[in-house]
Design a protein around this ligand. Structure first.
Ligand SMILES: NC(=O)CC[C@H](N)C(=O)O
Length: 306
């Protein structure tokens, strides 16, 4: 594709995936998310120079959920501190994001940072470095997006906490292996609160730009070395969509991270970030309309890592 008319392209994608909007089912294990209208869709594309384009509900906030896991990993690796890899692996799990089964076989070392068990360990690491992991994520998102209003949605946090037995069990199980160092309840709470951050597609695409800019933040200060940025993108490609990572790589061919709020952040290294949001999920917890839109985006532009 020669010169890309981004506004026209995004409008075309929204029109093409229209039949998928509202399909799938909203996450109902977090009651506050079950109340979200599934018939919504937004897409935003941010370019390395900070220009941002969007279509549909791209300025409407949604629940960040597991997409927070990519920001916590990046913060854990910032300054090229690689010590987190002693505590968490980087292999796809092939299991659901909230599965516990591998943890006992593998001695309390989660397969990767993008499933819940791995994110709990990363949160514990960040709590040790920054004091409060949720605040560290919020500060980063606000600075990179330029939107100081981004915050935790207290209703979503309370709703997940009231139904948080599984993550709490997982955190205690990790602690039994010595892989949670802080207070278990506090770490589980910080994890839930970073998932409950409300953000829109525009701000999410801008906040992820360091992944497309080889580790540079928007003010040109360095977040990560080019090598560690490449590595995060590689782990996103292999593990970012949980047990659907292979299918997503096949259909879209980009590093990406999804969340059960219906958002996905995808990266075309050197070119752009793309944030999509559609609350209807497939059975693995990935946005149906979001994956369809990213599929069309890479097909129409030819922008992919392959
Ligand atoms: N896949 C997700 O987005 C899961 C995040 C959610 N907060 C949970 O822990 O279950």
């Amino acid at each position: 594709m020669a010169a890309v008319d981004m506004d026209q392209l995004l409008a075309q994608i929204v029109a093409e995936i229209e039949p998928q909007i509202g399909t799938g089912s909203v996450a109902d294990y977090i009651p506050a998310l079950a109340a979200v209208d599934p018939a919504q869709f937004g897409i935003a594309v941010a370019l390395p120079n900070g220009e941002c384009y969007g279509a549909g509900d791209w300025t409407k906030p949604f629940s960040l959920q597991s997409i927070s896991k990519l920001f916590t990993l990046a913060l854990a690796l910032s300054g090229d501190d690689e010590s987190i890899w002693w505590r968490v692996g980087r292999e796809p799990s092939g299991n659901a994001f909230n599965s516990l089964v591998q943890l006992e076989y593998e001695n309390g070392v989660p397969r990767n940072p993008f499933i819940n068990a791995g994110a709990l360990v990363v949160t514990d690491h960040l709590a040790g470095v920054f004091g409060d992991a949720t605040k560290a994520v919020l500060d980063f998102l606000r600075t990179e997006s330029g939107n100081a209003e981004i915050d935790c949605d207290e209703e979503v946090a309370a709703s997940e906490e009231a139904h948080g037995d599984r993550n709490l069990a997982m955190a205690h199980f990790l602690a039994s292996y010595g892989n949670i160092h802080g207070d278990v309840r506090s770490i589980a709470d910080q994890y839930v609160r970073q998932c409950a951050i409300a953000i829109n597609c525009r701000d999410l695409a801008l906040a992820g730009l360091f992944l497309a800019r080889h580790g540079l933040r928007r003010d040109d200060t360095r977040m990560l070395s080019p090598s560690n940025t490449k590595r995060i993108n590689a782990v996103l490609l292999t593990c970012g969509m949980y047990d659907a990572a292979g299918e997503f790589a096949y259909r879209v061919g980009l590093p990406g991270k999804s969340g059960v709020g219906g958002g996905i952040l995808a990266v075309v290294p050197g070119r752009c970030t793309i944030a999509v949001w559609g609350p209807g999920l497939d059975r693995r917890g990935n946005s149906v309309a979001g994956v369809a839109a990213l599929d069309r985006f890479t097909e129409l532009t030819g922008w992919s890592v392959f």
